[in-house]
Design a protein around this ligand. Structure first.
Ligand code: ADP
Length: 494
């Protein structure tokens, strides 16, 4: 079944959401882009600028200092956020349609994987907030101290297009539950589902001004938000290059708190002691190709003992066939298009570079395209390539995995850590000591042992090195969206 026609029945909101109302950009400008699905035009999404950011931050500040949300009890906030999760679930088909329409990822995948995950994120944080305790410095004579977690105030979130509502929820759920007001800046490639969600926040009972969405371009809206002196924390997911800019903006303005979840080139180590190479190849394909490889934690750099190479490659070529892309609106397809024509071209350039360097390039056999203009890339495996090739060292953000061979686990570890990135990684081995040694020494924020990507909301997520700083997910995330405040009390009681 093709669900594209269902879009016609939707009343798609394309204006920014400020102070509880949908509004045009003050300039009246709108954005226009080309759909990666079929080349049609997607237009009329509000193109905001710094003036609109000012309006949203002012509204957020007013709401914050009024106490209308910040002063609600944890149980009250929990109940509102659980209602929001229920409303997201009720509107799941619409949210999935909007995200497919804008990003080209398959509807099936949004409906059964991405949006349900976003709902679970909201539930996880809502359920956690009233189990959260502050700490106390025990009495010494007539003194004692309270160590409390206080909201930052107005926070900003700048989010990407590859898993829009999941990453949005990683940020807005803990931010709101800690009592902050938030201004969200979605990626220009994926604004519509967050605008729909904005309407749901109001229905759930989040007061006007507490949750705002300012659409527009990163260098204009994102920059203005990150530079704003009334914004006390900026929370970002995107490329490492932009992450570095965000750090600079914080330094140029008010030293706001910064958390960054940036790029990656996940090392996927398979050692000579791995007895389950077929499973390793299957799990690799599942995590590498399901969203056309557009995942920052994708295991895009396989480092395998040369004794296991042939078996692994045979299995991986077969597994690739499960991820051949097609029309994202066709409910038979689990994989759709890449996000844009530009992204498509960037991926093709890397594949061409690998070929020009003499690498072996395998591509899964495709099917007939649903549209001449569809930007889909077949799952691609690159081997026999130098470890210092740009194809190996840079993040491609497409369904392209590189496979490097090594003679020992020590060599694998050295190669894995020889990267500017450090987001996620894996080791596959049946030797426990070896597994623990590699897990301990891999320079990443998250290591999977004999698995990949099946961690849940309780696992902190975020990298080291140029993959960023700070953590999304887990109750540690509450720490990101708050500050420690000590109240030292002297008393005369006896
Ligand atoms: P990608 O290359 O994956 O699109 P980006 O880092 O460019 O990643 O985008 C992630 C988010 O950062 C998007 O919301 C984008 O609009 C925003 N962004 C891009 N450039 C800037 C910038 N200079 N300042 C602030 N935000 C930006």
């Amino acid at each position: 079944m093709n669900v594209r026609e269902n879009l016609k029945a939707l009343n798609i909101e394309k204006r920014a959401y400020i102070d509880g109302k949908f509004v045009d950009a003050v300039s009246g400008k709108v954005m226009q882009k080309i759909s990666s699905i079929d080349g049609t035009i997607i237009d009329n999404i509000a193109e905001c600028d710094a003036v609109d950011v000012d309006r949203a931050v002012d509204a957020a500040k007013r709401a914050y200092f009024s106490g209308v949300w910040a002063d609600k009890s944890p149980a009250e906030k929990k109940s509102v956020m659980l209602k929001l999760a229920a409303l997201m679930e009720e509107n799941i088909e619409e949210l999935a349609l909007l995200d497919t329409f804008e990003t080209g990822r398959s509807y099936q995948n949004y409906l059964h994987d991405s949006i349900p995950k976003a709902v679970e994120v909201v539930r996880y944080f809502a359920e956690a907030v009233d189990k959260y305790y502050d700490k106390m410095i025990p009495p010494r004579g007539k003194d004692f101290g309270l160590i409390t977690r206080v909201p930052l105030g107005v926070v900003g979130a700048i989010t990407p297009w590859n898993d829009p509502l999941v990453v949005d929820a990683w940020k807005f759920a803990p931010a709101l539950l800690m009592g902050n007001s938030i201004v969200m800046k979605p990626a220009e490639q994926a604004s519509l589902s967050l605008l729909k969600l904005a309407a749901l926040t109001s229905e759930a009972g989040i007061p006007d001004g507490v949750f705002n969405v300012v659409t527009g371009y990163g260098e204009i809206v994102g920059k203005a938000l990150a530079l704003h002196r009334d914004v006390r924390g900026i929370f970002f997911t995107g490329s490492s290059d932009t992450g570095k800019k965000i750090l600079t903006y914080a330094g140029q303005s008010n030293m706001k708190k910064v958390a960054l979840e940036c790029g990656g080139k996940g090392a996927y180590i398979v050692t000579a002691n791995c007895n389950n190479v077929g499973e390793a190849a299957k799990v690799l394909a599942d995590n590498m190709f399901y969203n056309q490889g557009q995942i920052c934690s994708a295991p895009s750099r396989v480092i395998i003992d040369k004794t296991k190479f042939d078996e692994f490659m045979n299995c991986l070529r077969t597994e690739c066939e499960r991820y051949v892309p097609g029309d994202p609106f066709d409910t038979e397809n689990n994989v759709g298009c890449v996000v844009s024509v530009e992204q498509y071209q960037k991926i093709q350039n890397y594949i061409a570079l690998a070929k020009s360097e003499g690498a072996e390039v395998y591509q899964a056999v495709g099917r007939k395209k649903h549209s001449e203009k569809a930007a889909c890339v077949q799952p691609t495996i690159i081997s026999n390539i130098a470890a210092n090739s740009r194809v190996v060292t840079e993040e491609i953000f497409g369904p392209v995995v590189v496979v490097l061979t090594v003679n020992s686990t020590a060599e694998a570890l050295t190669l894995a850590n020889d990267s500017n990135y450090g987001l996620a990684g894996a080791v596959w081995t049946n030797d426990f000591d070896e597994a623990f040694h590699v897990a301990k020494n891999l320079e990443v924020g998250l290591v999977h042992v004999n698995s990949y990507g099946n961690d849940d909301n309780s696992a902190p997520f975020g990298g080291v090195k140029e993959s960023g700083l700070g953590k999304d997910k887990s109750i540690y995330s509450f720490d990101e969206y708050s500050d420690l405040k000590t109240i030292w009390i002297h008393h005369s009681a006896h």
